[in-house]
Design a protein around this ligand. Structure first.
Ligand code: SF4
Length: 436
């Protein structure tokens, strides 16, 4: 915690706009709509362009990991180039913490603001263990719970969007439904005090609505899994709009949900106690949180399964079980053991073309991403994993050419009978469930 920081005061709640970096477009829009129901004005930064990297490089040490450089560059770009009044904005940063540089983003951002002459702009850290006091930004447990639910609904919407969009017959159907449910769900979360008890119904309603989109599933699409460091995996700014590029190239994107990352972060505390007898005080609260998140994930999975036409995402427990053959759950820096586990899970679902997004300066993900590729491929020779580096010097053309090569190989190697069997692929978890 910084000893000296600019607090976000109660008065600022009326006068300031909170700027939010765009990591998960669908999810963050839902969270922001929830916050607007409590009187917060916020705006999602959707800017892109070389000036962001340039500002990042100018005000952050060039050794810093790429996500930090981009997030800080995007905030500075908003203040310097995009017309926001620096005296009327505050910045919010989501913090996962942990042993890598993710814990330093807030200090790095404040240092950069100071250096650029904007040291008076308040920075609000959004984290489970935030120790700073910001009187104008106090979230009650029920608001936090609603925000978490908004994120999980973001997961189901993003999942179904990726499964429908490449096959939709009428262009725009999927995006319209995404828009409609973003509004409907946030409205329900804000209005309905008993929303939690109705969440299951809403999950089902969304899955059923997406299932009704007219689709042509006879179209052959290469399924491409996207894993990697959390920011470059999801953020269009971080990964040069990877999702859009893959869809444009005719692929179906399969991107594991953020709820697995939440569960991974929670489980890290449980695992620390089990393995090293550390964090004893956190053990019980984390077990409770773990159970609650698993419950939300179960609802999401059941809704997708009940629609009967979609690929069903696995439970976190299943992903963890897959990892255990290769790596200890004590490996928790960055995305840790979750990264190879997601690759294994994708392959188990028949998604054998995987892009591993790697940001510059990220040692943890180079170890758990690139470093784990050989052991994974040794046992699963059918997986094709392409590590794509994202850094200020990497050219988009080079990244896209490597992905195009992967897609071409996948199309050439995909025998017809495999295409047919893909839709009937049954994972070990689904087999286990069927036998219950
Ligand atoms: S996971 Fe990697 S990129 Fe992300 S904060 Fe840690 S070191 Fe940086």
């Amino acid at each position: 915690m910084d000893k000296e920081y600019i607090p976000f005061t109660k008065e600022m709640k009326k006068t300031h706009t909170i700027l939010v970096p765009n990591m998960l477009p669908t999810h963050f829009k839902l969270v922001m709509k929830v916050l607007s129901g409590y009187g917060y004005k916020s705006e999602l930064l959707e800017s892109s362009g070389p000036e962001i990297t340039e500002l990042g490089l100018k005000y952050v040490h060039n050794d810093t990991c790429y996500p930090a450089l981009l997030v800080i560059g995007q905030f500075l770009d908003a203040i310097i180039n995009r017309g926001y009044d620096p005296h009327k904005v505050a910045l919010i940063l989501f913090q996962t913490g942990g042993g890598c540089r993710a814990s330093n983003y807030i200090s790095l951002l404040r240092k950069a603001l100071k250096k650029a002459g904007y040291g008076y702009v308040p920075v609000i850290p959004l984290a489970f263990n935030a120790l700073e006091k910001h009187p104008g930004f106090t979230l009650s447990p029920s608001v936090i719970y609603k925000m978490i639910y908004a994120v999980v609904f973001g997961d189901i919407i993003a999942n179904l969007k990726n499964q429908c969009k490449p096959y939709e017959i009428y262009k725009g159907d999927t995006d319209n439904l995404v828009e409609m449910y973003t509004t409907k769900i946030t409205g329900a979360i804000q209005r309905d005090k008993l929303f939690f008890s109705k969440s299951k119904r809403y999950f089902k309603e969304i899955a059923d609505a997406f299932a009704k989109i007219p689709m042509d599933k006879t179209q052959s699409r290469v399924k491409v899994g996207v894993v990697g460091e959390i920011y470059v995996k999801y953020s269009p700014l971080g990964n040069n709009n990877l999702e859009h590029f893959l869809q444009k190239e005719g692929a179906e994107v399969v991107c594991p949900g953020i709820i697995d990352f939440f569960l991974y972060c929670i489980y890290a505390n449980i695992s620390d106690y089990k393995l090293y007898k550390m964090k004893k005080k956190l053990y019980i609260p984390m077990k409770i949180a773990y159970k609650a998140f698993k419950g939300m994930q179960r609802q999401l999975i059941e809704a997708i399964r009940s629609a009967q036409i979609f690929d069903v995402p696995p439970t976190f427990e299943h992903i963890k079980k897959l990892a255990e053959e290769y790596i200890s759950t004590g490996a928790q820096m960055g995305e840790g053991w979750l990264l190879p586990a997601e690759m294994l899970e994708l392959s188990e679902r028949g998604v054998n073309n995987i892009i591993c997004t790697q940001p510059f300066g990220c040692l943890p993900n180079h170890i758990f991403g690139k470093g784990m590729m050989k052991p994974l491929k040794d046992k699963n020779p059918h997986i094709s994993i392409v590590a794509i580096d994202y850094d200020p010097g990497a050219t988009r053309v080079n990244q896209e050419n490597r992905i195009k090569l992967m897609l071409t190989n996948a199309t050439l190697q995909k025998p017809k009978k495999d295409e047919e069997s893909d839709s009937n692929y049954i994972t070990t978890e689904q087999k286990e469930m069927a036998n219950l």
